[in-house]
Design a protein around this ligand. Structure first.
Ligand SMILES: [Zn+2]
Length: 242
């Protein structure tokens, strides 16, 4: 097997790692090498936690099948009456900040790792959210779990620019796994009104949201556009994990 540094870099980028691009002349400096080393360390760590399943055959040139499936700790999912899950992006950095953690129950860092938000899911339980609940969706917090992908600081909707902290495919895959576990725990069916992005709340649930835009583009897959189309893709991914 004859793998070049560019091959390695391309494969790591395909897995969702953000790496500095090597120059057009194929020149890569210490920064690129260091970033690749860090990415490989993370992959090793993921594998040690049994969150990446490498294929046992066909190891040649295709990238490994990457299926992040982080497990939500049981104590993050207390008894509560929950009827929907709304997923977001934070519009912040790829790492959850203290402020990000105030607004959501579960956050997913850029590398797919889970971070617990400050409010308990129990505070958003029906029939009425209690003081200190996670305020993630205007007029739609009772009975709603909020999950957020860390990233998209400075992103612009049109013309689309994902900013300096785009959400990654790794986060997207981890989200599908998180949603599937929550649906199972709280007996939530997977349909457009029960598992949806913040961007779908206004068109689907008819609950007006203030001008903030949300998941209607994916930086790692521009072939799919629009809140509902992206939501449908995620719902299909969740169903495949149930
Ligand atoms: Zn949102």
């Amino acid at each position: 097997m004859n793998t070049t540094v560019q091959d390695l870099q391309r494969r790591l980028i395909a897995l969702g790692f953000q790496l500095p691009k090597y120059g057009p002349d194929g020149d890569f400096g210490g920064e690129s090498i260091a970033a690749m080393g860090k990415a490989l360390d993370e992959l090793v760590e993921w594998r040690q936690r049994d969150q990446v399943h490498f294929p046992t055959s066909d190891r040649k040139l295709s990238p490994p099948t990457f299926l992040p499936s982080p497990t939500i700790p049981a104590d993050w999912m207390p008894d509560a009456k929950i009827s929907r899950i709304i997923f977001h992006w934070t519009a912040g950095q790829n790492k959850a900040s203290d402020l990000d953690r105030e607004h959501y129950h579960i956050l997913i860092d850029g590398d797919g790792k889970l971070v617990r938000g400050k409010p308990s899911i129990a505070l958003n339980s029906e029939p009425k959210a209690k003081a200190g609940y996670a305020a993630h969706t205007l007029n739609c917090n009772t009975g709603s779990i909020g999950v957020s992908l860390c990233g998209m600081a400075g992103a612009v909707e049109s013309p689309f620019n994902p900013g300096t902290q785009p959400i990654t495919r790794m986060q997207w895959e981890a989200l599908a796994s998180v949603l599937a576990q929550l649906c199972t725990r709280y007996s939530i069916p997977v349909d457009r009104k029960t598992v949806l992005s913040h961007a779908e709340v206004q068109p689907t649930l008819k609950i007006t949201q203030r001008g903030k835009w949300d998941i209607s583009r994916l930086p790692f897959d521009t072939s799919i556009q629009g809140a509902i189309a992206i939501g449908d893709q995620m719902r299909a991914m969740v169903k495949s994990r149930l």
